[in-house]
Design a protein around this ligand. Structure first.
Ligand SMILES: C[S@@+](CC[C@H](N)C(=O)[O-])C[C@H]1O[C@@H](n2cnc3c(N)ncnc32)[C@H](O)[C@@H]1O
Length: 250
């Protein structure tokens, strides 16, 4: 595989096309604790009262459907992968779909009341351009919710380490080269590679501020009770956050 940094937009789009059915299988058809217990209820609550929403990088549309069902929102879901959009189109209810690159959204300025990106920006090379585009299409007084794999706790090569040499033996969570921005492919499942762009939290926050947003709240949810009940082996990492959620206003 070439380094992600050398890959153009089309190659990245092909990867998402190729992995589209894997994504649907993982996150649409079975219980996923991060989505069901944390992301869906949280975003729904944060966006209640905002009518016209753009779900940027909306993929197979799980979050869009939830916003339509729970909040009665009018949702436009954009994605550069036609396969992802088709998977979303096949579901009911279905948002309006528009195939678009994140950094080039085909909408006028200020046409949405709010935007959400859910597990998207950490996969995107043109990060600054993407945030500027999202800022452009949200009206003044609107809201932007970003859900990210936690940039500090889920750095490349982070994870639980068993130190058998320590006396007594111990476990700790390794965080590797947090400040170093890097591109890599992660094998998220057997032979399923996805591109990841690591950036520190300061990069996210400062880019949001420079693009006209005011940061309202940051959330770092622990693993849910239900998640731990179903997977007791995760108890020791319950308080290592998997997600960082940023709520900002324009
Ligand atoms: C991890 S999936 C998340 C999908 C959806 N937001 C969800 O939470 O179920 C990331 C999505 O971002 C899309 N994506 C990645 N890079 C993109 C880009 N540069 N422009 C538009 N969409 C992009 C992918 O096609 C994929 O559907």
């Amino acid at each position: 595989m070439p380094m992600v940094a050398d890959m153009g937009g089309n190659d990245r789009k092909s990867l998402w096309d190729e992995n589209s059915s894997w994504w649907s299988e993982q996150y649409t058809t079975r219980y996923d604790a991060d989505y069901e217990d944390v992301i869906l209820p949280f975003v729904c609550d944060a966006l209640s009262g905002f009518r016209k929403i753009i779900d940027v990088g909306g993929g197979e549309g799980r979050l869009s459907r939830y916003l339509i069902e729970q909040n009665g929102s009018e949702v436009v879901s954009t994605d550069f992968s036609l396969f992802q959009l088709r998977a979303s189109e096949a579901q009911d209810p279905s948002p309006n779909h528009v195939q678009a690159e994140l950094a080039r959204l085909p909408f006028g300025g200020g046409v949405f009341d709010a935007a959400v990106t859910c597990l998207v920006l950490e996969h995107v090379l043109e990060f600054l351009e993407a945030v500027e585009e999202i800022s452009r299409v949200i009206r003044s007084g609107g809201r932007f919710v970003l859900v990210l794999n936690h940039p500090a706790m889920q750095t490349p090569e982070s994870g639980l380490i068993f130190d058998h040499v320590a006396e007594p033996p111990t476990k700790y969570w390794r965080i590797s080269n947090y400040l170093l921005e890097s591109s890599h492919f992660e094998e998220v499942d057997k032979e399923v590679f996805l591109p990841f762009e690591h950036r520190p939290i300061s990069k996210y926050i400062n880019t949001l501020i420079e693009s006209g947003f005011t940061i309202d709240r940051l959330y770092e949810p622990a693993l849910s009770e239900r998640h731990i009940e179903g997977s007791p082996e995760l108890t020791s990492i319950r308080f290592i956050p998997r997600l960082l959620i940023v709520v900002c206003s324009k």
